[in-house]
Every structure is written in structure tokens, then in C-alpha cells.
Design a protein around this ligand. Structure first.
Ligand code: SF4
Ligand code: SF4
Length: 627
């Protein structure tokens, strides 16, 4: 890494400011609050030590070298030191600026740059790519492949990969993206109009939590709007030092929310809330956007903070659980919100609250920290779970999705399998229990795959109030089509791969291609020509290609004629009609085989079954949250 102490390539507003550094008087009162210092006992990994290094860089005495980057990167940005500091040092602001300065001055390997660009610039900011990723994860998780890989322990062969994979969120369908752009009316009299910032990853992996948040707000007399143009808040980008990307997301959200004249903008993710409240810090060099950011950020409230500030609806049913609360760093230290979550828990009848010792110390989640510094993260998590164990609580509650993921891993690995929830989920459970007067069951967590649920149209009337219809074109249509095409392409590739491998290995030689073509166009030939790899794969290819035509035709019909498909039977009928049309007419016509084509009864049965499968295809799509 070049010595950049002399020539600093960062913008003057994207490096630690001298007046902020000067606030530190090096008293050391923050040391004991710092998780990395408590773990390692090294001055350079303490807040005071890190500030000292930033000063040295600012004065040109220290290069932005590997060692410096390591100490800054190992910081969790939990900001516990900020709470402990009597001199008012804004450590969060300093460390984010230091990371921006590092990013501007270092040259990462091309693959790291590519990965960072894809994750921070493309994936997190694109609902479409997030949906595609969610869909692929869903297949991985529901097919049992993820469980199998975990059981076999294959990933343990690749360093920390097993631990990192364990942190991957469970996908929850249907995705919450479907709700963005809608307005949900208040229950009873409308007392407030609020907007909800739904986040990015939360839309696919905390969809039920987001729904619970909206319901709780409705219960409390709020009309909840989800502005359609909102996006990722930019927190992960800012924490990674990508401040320009953070600014871009900030501008997008300010524009999306500012015209609504809302009473408040609500978040349920402490990490997002903290950055969104501090948008003005990103625009200190830009008076126009600074002013707009200030107006927007002044309305942002964490959901617990907001509920604690209004007259809470007390129609809550008892929840006889032993509950402890882990402070989310970005709520406690970033937003200085300590009491409201506890007030919310105290409002739930029969709930036994047990304070968690050292709840103000980070659990080791810290955005993507647990992926980048897994050893430190797991060490902190283990201690956290030991503390949680001393409370005897059966439920651990927190206020940030990232902390929830981390604590769920902790409960499995180091704990006693405690239930991990967001405060607002527990409130929602209590409201719903009061409403239904029925036994409470956990609402979240992982949806179990069940064939019956695919067959039975889901009745959402009891758990999801109707939203005002949105009259505008939706990307869902394109998404449905792509999902169908992707399935066809994947299956087609598998068949072709099989054919290439099989004919190569069996030595059928160049004649195999003629066999393949013959069997593809004349599937009956495959049965009479005797068993061979080419004839079997040819027949399979025929069925597949007909199927792809049928799938695409079904989707087109659903999209443009019969949308939305609400009934199982309509879906099946469409699939069967189009499959038969494709099979009996379109495909033979294309292959010039109309005259010679003569399906046998056994093939017909197979085709009818396949047609039924196609008919069910829209329901698989619906279960994936895409329709
Ligand atoms: S950050 Fe605050 S508490 Fe820590 S050494 Fe500096 S002045 Fe003291
Ligand atoms: S932000 Fe957290 S980890 Fe970083 S120096 Fe402060 S207390 Fe330590």
C-alpha cells in the first residue's frame, strides 16, 4: 500500500475533521466500554488509540497503511465509547470519515472492488436484484440443500465459511416489496399520518417483521404510507467507507419522503435509523442538501421511540414469557434511545422482564462485521449469550434485524435455543392475541414448506388488512415472466449437459447428434428406438421444449388476460390449455412434424400430468411472493 500520508486523495469533507479530533482529551474513560479493547486489551484497538492514530494520519505522521486499516476495520462502530465519553467526542462520525478516507486512498484487488461494487452499488439498491437473490436463497433453503450442506459440514473445510453461512438470513415469502407503494389506513380514527422506511434486505428476510410494524402502527391510529420510490438507507455503504454511495441513497430517500408532509418517518431497524437521522452529516459541504437532509431527518423516529411518545393503545393481551432485552448499539449509542423499548415491553401484561447484564455491549453483529471479523464477532457473541443465560429468559428481544440474526445464531450455538424477536413483533403478537382470543403461536420465523399450503389459497384476511389498491404498472409482471424463463433455461441446460456427458462417456460418437435431433422432434421414436442416452435425452428435450413454450404461453396469458390468478382451478386450466396447445400444435408445426406426429397413450398421460404441473406453476410463483 502506498504511503499516502503526504498525498491524501480523499475529499476534505470525507476525512476526520480536525475540530472533531480535537475534542478527545485522551482521558481513557471510554476504554472499558469498548468491546475490542475489553477483548484484546490493546491500546491501538481502543477508542482513544484509534483517535490517536487518526490524528497522526491527519498530521502526516502516519501513512494509511495495512496496520492502520486493520485497527480501524476492527472497530465495530458500535459507538459505546461515544456514550461513555464525557468530552462529547463523536466517535461514530470520526470512524465513518476515517473509513471514507481509507477507501479513497487504497487500491483493492480487482475482485474485491468488483464484489464491493456489486453488493453496495447494485444489489442493495435494486429491489429487482434483491428479489432475484431472495428467490434463489428460497430455493436453496426450502429444497433442503442448505440443511444438507450444514449437516455434512462441508463448509467447515473452507475456514470461516460455515460460520458466515450460518449468519445468512432465512428468506420470508411473500416479500415485503409487494407492500411498498401502498397506504395502510389507521384502525379507527386517524390520529397521525406516518411514512415507513422498509429497508432493503429486510424486505426479503424480515418481511413478517415489517408487516408487524405496519399493523402495530395501524393499531395506534396511524395511517401508514410506504412511499414507492424509497430505497436502501445507505447505512452499510457509509459504514464501509463508501460515502458517495451513501449520499446517493440519502438523496433518493429524502426525495421520496419529503413531499408527503408526514408527521413522522418510522424505521424498525436501529442501524438504518441511526444513519438516516444523521443524513445531514453527509452533506456538511452542500448547503442545499444539508437543509433538505435536516428537514427529513428531524422527522425520523425508531418505532419504539415513536410509540413511547404517543398515547399507546393498551388493548394488549397477556404474554406470559420471561423476556430480556439486548440494546441495539445503533439505537442506544447511535440514537440515544434506551427507555422506549423497555417501556413497550413493560406495557405487555404478564410479561416478566429481566434486565440483561452488559446489554449495552455489542453482540458482535455490527452490519457486515460478523462476516469480515468472524473470530471477534463470535467471541463477543459467546459472552453475550452467557449473560443472556444468567437471566433465565426464554425470549431475547432487540430492536435491529442485524442483531436478531446474530442472536439467533448465538441462541443455537451458545445459548439454550431462546426465541429471538424484535420488540415490535412482541407487541404485535400481544395485539393479535387480544384480538383473536386464541392461543399465541410464533408468527415469524421460518415458514415451513408444506404441500397443502401450495394447494390451498392463503387467506390473508385475518392477518393482513386490505391496502388501498395501487393503480400503476408493476414490475411484478416482468418478474413473473423472468422466473418462468429462468426455470426453463436452467432445466434445458441440465438436459443438454446430461446429453453431452452421456454421449461422450458412452462413446456413441457423432451419430448421437442425429439420434438426439430425431428423438427431439419425434418423441415416439425414443420409445421404439430402444434405450440409449441420446434417445432418452432427446425425448426429455422434446418434453422440456414443449414445456418451456407452455410455461411462457401460460405466463403471458396470466399476465395479460387473466391476471391476477386467484383460483387454483383457473391456474390449472390455463396451464393445461396452453400446454396442450403448445404440445399438439405449436411445437409440431415448428418442427415440421405435423403429419408424422402420433403420440402414444402413455405419452399422453405423461403430457397431461405435465400440463397439470404447469397449471400449478403460477401457484409456486405466488408462494415465492412474486405475484
Ligand atoms: S474519546 Fe472521550 S473518553 Fe475516550 S479518551 Fe477521548 S475524551 Fe476520553
Ligand atoms: S465504536 Fe465500539 S468498537 Fe469502536 S472504538 Fe468505540 S466502543 Fe470500541
Amino acid at each position: 500500500m502506498p504511503d499516502t500520508a503526504i498525498q491524501d486523495l480523499s475529499a476534505p469533507y470525507d476525512r476526520p475533521l480536525q475540530q472533531d479530533l480535537d475534542r478527545c482529551v485522551h482521558c481513557g474513560l471510554c476504554l472499558n466500554a469498548c468491546p475490542t479493547y475489553r477483548e484484546l486489551g490493546l491500546e491501538m484497538d481502543s477508542p482513544r488509540g484509534r483517535i490517536y492514530q487518526m490524528v497522526q494520519v491527519a498530521e502526516g505522521n502516519l501513512a494509511i497503511n495495512e496496520e492502520y486499516v486493520e485497527h480501524i476495520d476492527l472497530c465495530l462502530a458500535c459507538r459505546a465509547c461515544e456514550t461513555a465519553c464525557p468530552s462529547g467526542v463523536q466517535y461514530g462520525k470520526l470512524v465513518e470519515a476515517a473509513r471514507g478516507q481509507i477507501d479513497a486512498n487504497r487500491r483493492l484487488p480487482w475482485w474485491q472492488r468488483l464484489l464491493r461494487w456489486f453488493v453496495f452499488d447494485r444489489l442493495l439498491t435494486s429491489p429487482f436484484l434483491l428479489k432475484v437473490t431472495g428467490y434463489k436463497l428460497w430455493v436453496l433453503q426450502k429444497s433442503g440443500l442448505q440443511r444438507l450442506v450444514r449437516r455434512l459440514g462441508i463448509l467447515k473445510l473452507f475456514g470461516h465459511l460455515a460460520e458466515i453461512e450460518a449468519l445468512s438470513p432465512a428468506v420470508e415469502t411473500p416479500f415485503f416489496f409487494d407492500k411498498v407503494g401502498k397506504v395502510f389506513p389507521a384502525e379507527g380514527e386517524t390520529r397521525r399520518r406516518v411514512a415507513f422506511l422498509a429497508g432493503c434486505i429486510a424486505n426479503i428476510s424480515f418481511a413478517r417483521m415489517n408487516e408487524a410494524t405496519v399493523r402495530v402502527l395501524q393499531k395506534n391510529g396511524c395511517e401508514v404510507t410506504l412511499p414507492p420510490d424509497q430505497g436502501c438507507c445507505g447505512a452499510l455503504q457509509v459504514h464501509a467507507g463508501l460515502r458517495e454511495l451513501g449520499r446517493r441513497q440519502a438523496k433518493r430517500n429524502i426525495e421520496a419522503f419529503e413531499s408527503g408532509n408526514f408527521d413522522a418517518v418510522i424505521t424498525n431497524a436501529a442501524g438504518c435509523g441511526s444513519v438516516v437521522k444523521e443524513y445531514p452529516e453527509l452533506f456538511e459541504h452542500d448547503p442545499e442538501w444539508h437543509e433538505r437532509a435536516q428537514a427529513f431527518s428531524s422527522k425520523v423516529r425508531d418505532v419504539t421511540e415513536f410509540l413511547a411518545g404517543i398515547d399507546l393503545n393498551r388493548s394488549l393481551a397477556p404474554i406470559p414469557a420471561r423476556v430480556t432485552y439486548q440494546d441495539s448499539c445503533h439505537l442506544l449509542h447511535g440514537q440515544k434511545v434506551r427507555t422506549p423499548p423497555r417501556v413497550m415491553l413493560a406495557a405487555i401484561p404478564a410479561l416478566e422482564f429481566r434486565e440483561l447484564p452488559l446489554s449495552e455491549i455489542c453482540c458482535g453483529s455490527a452490519g457486515v462485521y460478523n462476516v469480515e471479523h468472524t473470530d471477534m464477532s463470535m467471541a463477543l457473541l459467546e459472552k453475550k449469550m452467557q449473560m443472556a443465560g444468567t437471566t433465565g429468559a426464554d425470549t431475547i428481544v432487540t430492536a435491529n434485524p442485524g442483531c436478531m440474526l446474530q442472536l439467533r445464531v448465538g441462541a443455537e450455538r451458545f445459548g439454550s435455543g431462546q426465541r429471538v424477536m424484535h420488540v415490535v413483533e412482541l407487541l404485535d403478537e400481544s395485539y393479535r392475541k387480544a384480538e383473536s382470543k386464541q392461543a399465541v403461536r410464533s408468527e415469524h420465523p421460518r415458514e415451513r414448506f408444506s404441500l397443502a399450503r401450495l394447494w390451498l389459497p392463503r387467506d390473508r384476511s385475518s392477518d393482513w388488512p386490505a391496502a388501498r389498491p395501487r393503480v400503476r404498472f408493476s414490475l411484478k409482471q416482468l418478474w413473473l415472466l423472468l422466473a418462468g424463463l429462468e426455470t426453463g433455461v436452467l432445466a434445458g441446460s441440465a438436459v443438454l449437459l446430461y446429453w453431452i456427458l452421456a454421449t461422450t462417456l458412452s462413446g456413441e460418437g457423432p451419430w448421437a447428434i442425429l439420434n438426439l435431433i430425431g428423438s427431439t422432434f419425434f418423441p415416439a421414436r425414443a420409445l421404439t428406438a430402444g434405450f440409449s442416452h441420446a434417445s432418452v435425452s432427446g425425448a426429455a428435450l422434446h418434453v422440456l421444449l414443449s414445456g418451456v413454450v407452455g410455461v411462457v404461453a401460460s405466463l403471458l396469458l396470466i399476465l395479460y388476460v387473466a391476471r391476477p390468478v386467484r383460483s387454483l382451478w383457473v391456474g390449472m386450466l390455463i396451464g393445461v390449455i396452453w400446454y396442450l396447445a403448445a404440445f399438439l400444435w405449436i411445437w409440431p408445426l415448428l418442427s415440421s412434424a405435423v403429419v408424422t406426429y402420433a403420440p402414444r397413450p402413455t405419452m399422453l398421460v405423461g403430457h397431461v400430468l405435465f400440463g397439470l404441473g404447469l397449471g400449478l406453476y403460477p401457484f409456486f410463483v405466488r408462494r415465492l411472493g412474486m405475484s
